[in-house]
Design a protein around this ligand. Sequence first.
Ligand code: SF4
Length: 138
Amino acid sequence: MSEEPWYQDGLKFRCTGCGDCCTGAAGAVWVDEENLEKIAEHLDKPIGEIRLMHTRMLRGKISLTEFPNGDCTFFDGQTRSCKIYPVRPPQCKTWPFWKSNVSDEQAWQQTVKECPGSGTGDLIPLDEIEKRISVIDL
Ligand code: SF4
């Protein structure tokens, strides 16, 4: 018999657009060729330029890069918005519903501390949470 997850009644989330998850400490933002193609198309730039200016190899995989201040290189500091929002990587689309963030209530409380949109706003139902979690293993 499978046990229901602790978040079976859903979790709240509505992005406030603060930009905190696109800035700050350096980290990996995983992308694949398909993601890069979509980004290149969206920005109307050659994929080679996107690869050169916005990606690096990390632990054998492709990650987006940050500026020295930690901002994602696709983050517009003036408008505090994402330049590739409609085609942002799966990891950005599914935040904060990553396996690691919902592994237990303590992990979720930590996420709520880091992301002001988490724990508030729209109630995201269990099936939608599970769908987002299954997109990328984080
Ligand atoms: S930290 Fe949370 S509220 Fe702020 S931009 Fe990221 S997802 Fe939205």
